[in-house]
Design a protein around this ligand. Structure first.
Ligand code: AMP
Length: 283
């Protein structure tokens, strides 16, 4: 495994690879866990060369404290990457990615950027679009791997590739969970013991919603809205969790579902203490 700290050294390496090599790319913000590693292992199986980037992208944080407190565990990350036989690691400096000003490009993703996370994290997807577009230009991958944990982000990246007409196949990867169901996240390390104990409820409630869906052949918008209210009520009873949103939406448009016939998925965002957690489930 080789690690690169400047764009120039990385680009020299990429340019030296033969055209016949298929290049896979897994962008991350570091503080790696088994969820990240599952993406890398999948990429490794399906390609010749796997590139992982570690970059805490300032423009996608709408909350300054969240950025300031974002865990950085570079030494351990490099050890983990070596273990899973990652080929190239790109660890660029902010100054190289944003040479003049730390600011985002503005994107129109056909409306999906305004749903859910877009409503609660202003500018987040412009920041995501900016950094992923920039990293795609640098890495020039054939395939890029993103987790369904950030399902809306995955859809945004697919749209980005379509809008920018990039020759990159975007591949969604299953959510990797702790034994108790909590979706793995770099932010989990910052949960207090009390909040860590409370957090698995998020996945528990998603599974209950899925069960309710399975029982019915058809559900109209009123029934769906009743389920959403039921989840809100259940979350209110959890003293260590504060619901930000729960919604059942169509997987492609990400708009609130009017019935359960068209790829519905349940999405949730909740605070466990100060830590914001997101999760989702196909229904
Ligand atoms: P992050 O470092 O949080 O920006 O995540 C980097 C990539 O890993 C993104 O594509 C995430 O969706 C993905 N990812 C993070 N957590 C998980 C997880 N628990 N399961 C699967 N993919 C994940």
């Amino acid at each position: 495994m080789e690690a690169f700290y400047t764009l120039k050294s990385f680009q020299n390496k990429i340019d030296s690879l033969g055209k016949d090599n298929s290049i896979a790319f897994v962008p991350t913000m570091g503080a790696l866990h088994k969820g990240h590693l599952s993406l890398i292992k999948k990429a490794k199986k399906e390609n010749d060369v796997v590139v992982v980037s570690i970059f805490v992208n300032p423009t996608q944080f709408d909350n300054k404290d969240d950025l300031k407190n974002y865990p950085i565990t570079l030494e351990n990350d490099l050890k983990l990457l070596k273990k899973v036989n990652c080929d190239l690691v790109l660890i660029p400096k902010v100054k190289e990615i944003y040479p003049t000003k730390i600011t985002s490009e503005h994107f129109e993703f056909g409306g999906i950027e305004n749903e859910m996370e877009g409503k609660f994290r202003k500018g987040h997807f412009n920041g995501v679009g900016t950094i992923v577009k920039r990293l795609f230009e640098i890495v020039k991958p054939h395939k890029a791997y993103f987790g369904e944990k950030d399902f809306q982000q995955l859809q945004i990246i697919k749209k980005l590739v379509e809008i920018e007409k990039l020759p990159i196949k975007v591949i969604g990867c299953k959510i990797f969970r702790e034994k108790d169901g909590l979706a793995m996240s770099s932010r989990n390390a910052r949960l207090t013991t009390k909040c860590r104990d409370a957090a698995p409820f998020i996945y528990k409630i998603l599974k209950k919603v899925k069960k309710k869906f399975k029982k019915k052949d058809f559900m109209d918008s009123e029934e769906i809205s009743a389920i959403e209210k039921w989840v809100e009520k259940k979350l209110k009873k959890q003293s260590d969790l504060t619901l930000e949103y729960f919604t059942i939406a169509n997987e492609s448009t990400l708009k609130n579902s009017s019935d359960n016939q068209h790829n519905p998925r349940a999405f949730i965002a909740a605070f466990a203490g100060e830590i914001r957690l997101i999760d989702n489930i196909a229904l």
